[in-house]
Design a protein around this ligand. Sequence first.
Ligand code: FES
Length: 205
Amino acid sequence: MTNKLKFESKDGSRRDFLTLLTASSITVGGIAMTWPFLNSLYTQDITVENSFVDIDISSLQAGQQITFTWQNYPIFILNRTKTILEHLQDKTLRTRLRDPDSKELQQPAYTQNWHRSIEPEIIVMVGVCTHLGCIPTLKLRDTLDGYYNCACHGSKFDLAGRVFQGMPAPYNLAIPPYRYLKPTVIRVGENPKGHDFDIHSVQQI
Ligand code: FES
């Protein structure tokens, strides 16, 4: 189902965006909100400012993405196929990326790895271009491979949110704090035990 969401950026300007939700339910700050008409199309304004959001990814198939808001940021959760994961490790791809090893502080330590996530298949990202804050679009080719494209000034990111060289965007897409409540439920906004990553510590969103 498609929702029109509103969020407020760091600079205080409001933006609208369209998002595709395929999760069966979302829990916001402990209150469950369930949309009964999965895969149906409608528009709704939602503003979420709670400290955490729980996302049920049990219906998220390989090659599909969920988009929702957390702390006024659009958040992407993408289920990556084996082919995508193989491509992320491709040596040629790495030479085309600005920060292939995620050395810049744009993610929690527990996602500073080649897949930029806790579980390799599932990536959670802040869907805000690090150039001037537009929302990149997922461009997927038959679930085999793809990239994120920012239509505002042409920045491109791979499917781990790593920016390509020579783009206006100076940093990889940020990764928010998150942890698994169970294998099919992700809590965005809380770190795994023993970690204290703060999204506001990143170089740029
Ligand atoms: S805001 Fe994305 S390229 Fe400028």
